[in-house]
Design a protein. Structure first.
Length: 225
């Protein structure tokens, strides 16, 4: 008896939907949703699914992409909200040339300090030094051609092509939810004989008004090439 190997799927730009709201003259929140009938779509970094482990773990090969990042001195549960207005201002035109950039997903964060050249762009591990929060810039935007930030807190960085393992889950942020799924991811990789390095990565794809059961959260671990 023969079996057909699983198909390799390619995700050049998975789509979500977004609405931007403002309050008090500034950007207040990004709301991502998977509801149909959205006004416009949001792209993700390109990746190929190399392998699936169970129902919710994927081994992916990511293409290189560019991010705008800021470091905030905050706890894990509010680092994103602290960083969002800073980064949103940059992509909405607060840069040299007042160039507007499309929003992409996910918004990521990682504890400080990290080895940026070796790890994926997000982590949700507590750190006394705060978190690095990153916006992924649209495909085709590089450090060389991206508009220069006016805010000195914002830095542009090229994230190299790399393999990562990702576990996907729903729900609101909580340390217990995060740790439970991180343990599941690590257990799945051990069972598959795969090793990882660097900080675990936390990616959020939805904003605060998205119902808990529709939220897409992911934890990433970097794998050896």
């Amino acid at each position: 008896m023969t079996t057909t190997p699983p198909a390799v799927s390619v995700h050049p730009a998975r789509k979500a939907t977004a609405w931007i709201t403002s309050a008090g003259g500034g950007v207040a929140a990004l709301v991502l949703s998977v509801l149909p009938g959205a006004s416009h779509a949001i792209e993700e970094p390109s990746y190929t699914v190399l392998r699936t482990l169970g129902d919710n773990i994927e081994v992916r090969d990511y293409a290189a992409y560019t991010v705008a990042e800021v470091t905030v001195n905050a706890q894990a549960n509010d680092a994103g909200s602290r960083a969002f207005p800073i980064l949103a201002g940059y992509i909405f035109g607060k840069n040299k040339g007042e160039r507007k950039l499309a929003m992409t997903a996910p918004v990521t964060q990682t504890a400080v300090p990290i080895k940026m050249a070796m790890t994926a762009p997000v982590t949700q591990t507590p750190s006394g030094s705060g978190f690095v929060v990153q916006f992924v810039l649209p495909q085709g935007v590089t450090v060389a051609n991206a508009p220069e930030p006016l805010d000195s807190r914002i830095h542009l960085r090229e994230m190299p092509a790399r393999p990562i393992a990702a576990i996907r889950y729903a729900g609101f942020w909580s340390e217990a939810n995060y740790q439970e799924h991180l343990a599941q991811l690590q257990e799945g990789l051990r069972a598959a004989g795969l090793s990882w390095f660097g900080e675990p990565v936390y990616s959020r794809y939805n904003g605060p008004v998205t119902p808990w059961f529709m939220r897409r959260n992911e934890i990433w671990l970097s794998l050896a090439p």
